[in-house]
Design a protein around this ligand. Structure first.
Ligand code: ZN
Length: 136
């Protein structure tokens, strides 16, 4: 899915740890120390309690498929059909992503199926995390 022309996010100081991690092949989340809860997307304070005592950690990269749609709409950088999915990370947060490495069909995309992160470099700055079915 590394076609040219895809819209790419621009790293900011608050999200840099996430993009640095993706380039290094790590899915990095943040955890609030008072709550002990992991959260995503990146921000410098806990979305639950507002604490700024947060740390960055490497997530397992394991998740399950929570929800998705299959899009047939051509978009720059996307070859239809493609999935737009929400995965439930093992650490708790949900993440919007694409499921790759399997047919983009309801038969192949089973809800709750185990998926794992995989990274695809898009530019010198941006590597995107996608998820693929766990080989069984
Ligand atoms: Zn908190």
């Amino acid at each position: 899915m590394a076609e040219r022309g895809r819209f790419l996010p621009a790293p900011t100081p608050e999200t840099q740890h996430f993009w640095d991690g993706a380039r290094a092949g790590e899915l990095r989340l943040q955890r609030c120390e008072p709550c002990r809860r992991a959260y995503f997307p990146p921000r410098p304070f806990c979305p639950r309690c507002g604490s700024r005592k947060v740390t960055v950690f490497k997530a397992s990269g394991r998740a399950t498929l929570f929800s998705y749609v299959i899009s047939y709409r051509p978009l720059p950088g996307f070859a239809p059909p493609y999935s737009i999915a929400v995965v439930q990370l093992a650490e708790g947060p949900r993440m919007l992503t694409n499921i790759v490495g399997c047919p983009q069909t309801p038969e192949a995309l089973q809800l709750d199926m185990p998926v794992e992160v995989t990274f695809e470099k898009q530019s010198d700055e941006v590597t995107l995390p996608f998820f693929r079915p766990v080989a069984s």
